[in-house]
Ligand binder design. Structure first.
Ligand code: NAD
Length: 371
């Protein structure tokens, strides 16, 4: 039975980088390496222009039915005037919420060929491969009360609530422990248990799970501020980092700097597997719609292709294809091919989206022959 994938290119460069992912999917189907059925639909500003909303209920229903979404990017200045509830970004907020995508996976990888493009010293990031697992649906971004109130003295007070149930901690920790078990077997759990009750429950819960269920994983705990410092001091010490919504948001951006460009960073957001074994999941590059370069054919497609590799790994459970696609990206970078965002100053022969995408597809074709 084919695996259904809903493609939502979105706005701006979302369209351009999605075309490269579609070419790879077409190759997988043609060669019989995978059986994937795709459907394209509108999301973001493009959807707003067509139907007056960033995503239709019918598209949302399709996403829930397919279970697997490959997303481009949404947004752009031309929709700045749109009412808040109809803004392009509402499309992915709605997908995350209605698909209950609680686990955000953001790899920070620095292939040796790109070590010079990072703002950190090359020897610190060369070969870096860290996975940040961020809790995505709870914590201080969603906790109630969340309000600005006026006090008796006329001054205002803002309140956000950091709140985690044990069940919420357990389900995200399980994702992180399982991933660590499949990688180098090391997990760093991050919180502020010294000053926050939610951090204390986080540490107690993760410690218990490590002892009872994951004795094979080397678990350590770090305070979030120390983790941020360690990420820029010695990032290669980490394998998997587990954090709540707020700390994960910040730490994944810190780690991202190691990779040198937004155009390199894929992500996956995973939900709860249902009784039939189906995993609701959304895969997307970390970058936005990049209005400054949209339509010029110069966007780096690697973040999108990396997101497709994550889809092959987690939704199709084809580690062989995922690893081959990631190897193809490394091979092309080793050969010196560079889009503008990852090219050193004065680099001769900077290529555009199509050339980079086709080169990766060619390398992937070769890698697949050896599978
Ligand atoms: P952005 O990620 O779109 O761009 C930031 C900078 O990085 C730009 O200079 C851009 O040219 C460059 N860049 C990004 N992706 C690139 C790629 N693949 N190749 C080469 N260069 C790349 O962030 P922004 O400019 O802050 O936001 C633009 C729009 O995107 C806004 O409307 C914002 O709300 C939206 N946005 C959407 C998402 C999403 O859909 N998930 C994420 C972030 C921002």
């Amino acid at each position: 039975m084919p695996h259904d994938i809903l493609l939502l290119p979105g706005d701006g460069i979302g369209h351009e980088v999605m075309l490269e992912a579609e070419a790879i999917i077409a190759f997988l189907n043609e060669t019989g390496l995978a059986d994937v059925r795709t459907e394209r639909d509108l999301a973001g500003g493009t959807a707003y222009d067509a139907i007056g909303a960033p995503m239709s209920d019918a598209t949302m229903a399709k996403a829930l039915r397919c279970g697997t979404v490959l997303f481009g990017a949404v947004g752009g200045d031309q929709w700045d005037h749109v009412p808040y509830a109809l803004r392009p970004e509402v499309a992915f907020m709605r997908l995350r919420k209605e698909m209950d995508l609680f686990a955000n996976l953001r790899p920070a990888i620095c292939p040796p060929a790109l070590a010079g493009a990072s703002s950190l010293k090359a020897e610190l990031v060369e070969g870096l491969d860290v996975m940040i697992v961020r809790e995505l649906t709870g914590g201080v971004y969603f906790g109630e009360p969340k309000e600005i109130v006026t006090l008796e003295n006329g001054r205002r007070r803002a309140v956000d609530t950091q709140c985690y149930d044990e069940d919420e901690i357990e389900r995200i920790a399980r994702v992180a422990f399982d991933l660590a078990g499949k990688r180098q077997g090391r997990l760093a759990s991050v919180e502020k248990s010294n000053v926050m009750k939610s951090g204390l429950l986080w540490r107690q819960t993760v410690t218990r799970m490590g002892r009872e269920d994951y004795a094979g994983v080397d678990l350590r705990h770090l305070l979030a501020d120390n983790c941020a410092m360690q990420l820029v001091r010695m990032p290669k010490q980490f394998d998997v980092i587990l954090a709540d919504n707020l700390f994960g948001d910040m730490l994944s951006d810190v780690a991202a700097m190691a990779a040198g460009s937004l155009g390199m960073l894929p992500s996956a957001s995973l939900g709860v597997r249902d009784a039939a074994g189906r995993l609701p999941a959304l895969y997307e590059p970390v970058h936005g719609s990049a209005p400054d370069i949209a339509g010029k054919g110069i966007a780096n497609p690697i973040a999108m292709i990396g997101s497709l590799a994550m889809l092959l790994r987690h939704s199709l459970e084809r580690e062989d294809l995922a690893a081959a696609l990631e190897r193809a990206v490394s091979q092309v970078l080793d050969q010196g091919l560079r889009t503008g965002d990852i090219a050193p100053q004065g680099h001769v022969g900077v290529v555009g989206t199509r050339v980079m995408g086709s080169a990766i597809l060619d390398a992937f074709r070769g890698a697949c022959e050896r599978l």
